[in-house]
Design a protein around this ligand. Sequence first.
Ligand code: FAD
Length: 499
Amino acid sequence: MAILRQLQKHSEHNQLLVREEKRQYILLGTAGPHEPPRVHRGNLQGKKLSAGGEGHGSSSANARLPGSPGRGASAGGGLCPGTNSSFISRGTPSQALGERPRRRGAAGSPLRPPTAPATRSVLSHSASPRFPGGRLFQAGPGAFSSPGASLLWLCTPEMAAPKVAVVGAGVIGLSTALCIAETCPSCSVMVLSDQFSPNTTSDVAAGMLIPHTYPGTPIHVQKQWFKETFTYLFAISNSAEASEAGIHLVSGWQVFKNTPKEELPFWSDVVLGFRPMSEAELQKFPQHRFGQAFTTLKCDCPPYLLWLEKRLKATGVQMYTRKVADLWELHSEYNIVVNCTGIGAHQLVGDEKLFPVRGQVLKVHAPWVKNFIRDGDGLTYIYPGIHRVTLGGTREKESWSLSPDPGATKGIFDRCCSLEPSLRGAQDIKVKVGLRPSRQCVRLQREVLSQGGVKLLVVHNYGHGAGGFSVHRGTAKEAARLVGECIAALQGSSSRAKL
Ligand code: FAD
């Protein structure tokens, strides 16, 4: 209420500021449409510490292979509301039973973030003017990705810099941290992860933008996530950063042995030029009777993850190597914790609805392969990237093994060669294994953990299964919106405490 009254009181002034901000964005917006607001927090001190050992849920043939991750330890677990946000007071996580959370600023805290030097930002200073009782921020014109979807967050002075920890540095954690930094320049955002690229599941992925369907999430929501991701990456693919970010358009065919029930998938009007294959095209695939031709986007995953890290550093987000055993560890240092731990959430929050679907792929040198070919069953695919071609694949539910399976390697290679015989000449075959963090639906949800009267605000964003790259930007934007709701809740409680 206090915030509402404040907003009403200053609404005229606010409109002026918003208009002014938009003008600032236009004046500053010299880069491509995907460019986030240029917020410089000064000389960045955050540094990524070297990540040793194996990735969570990923491995390559050369890698040392760890044992399987432990199975769910704590209670709790996920509700499955699609994009619904819920505000639930939960019991004590079993891992933290009997422990009192550390107070803010407690001595001996495992991570004490360095203080960022107080250099002023071009945009946060000029485009986020102060006004009595608070500070107005605008999520840039869709943070340059979805015009019109602007969001205003009001940060009162005592909450001027909410501290947000994003746990996880796969495509979901990095893109979520970026969306939060873009939509709330006043937030102090940290990425904490036990592994960074190249040791994450996201590094193993083929990175094709062909959505996987989540049975527990409404189709229109999935389509929205995909569309936002496609639009964002399409803008990058049309910019001078395309090569560094590893994003490119790729055309090709999805072929079926029998005509599928659904001839027009829900995403057919998001990708470019979707159409049935012609008879002439189908002649290339004598074992297949039906096919769809279209152009989509592909991320070369390790370069894209590095590009995201670079963007994060440029917006003042710091990154630290740290394994989080319990989300309560972070309570003393952060106002909000965002859980983007992929398959790691099975252990971290004891989500029994989350299970691994093991995937093995080959990354080969075959530069003459320019078009993608995907068998409609989704098991066999050939996805050319900028430097290497990904050949897939396998799908083994509930397998935690990160060891490459030589039998699967041969099977993948033979299946791909039957679709594209020229692959027999492929060179330098590397085998990669990753664990898809699978669930009926992505857990994209706000949760309030409660322990001995102390509350911890958490936003979950994990469980993207076989389609994390295809929807990452859409789910990251939704997670950032949920973080905005948490900030509003914190401000509400701090205002009430003062009354
Ligand atoms: P991850 O990449 O696993 O990241 C999780 C992060 O959390 C890691 O940094 C990890 O170290 C960290 N972490 C975990 N637990 C903890 C903890 N306790 N403390 C601190 N840090 C922690 N998707 C597509 O859209 N298109 C494709 O073509 C595609 N191909 C794929 C091919 C294969 C073989 C596989 C395996 C997957 C593929 N996917 C594809 C799916 C995609 O890879 C995933 O959906 C996506 O990578 C999930 O990203 P994530 O960030 O949630 O998980």
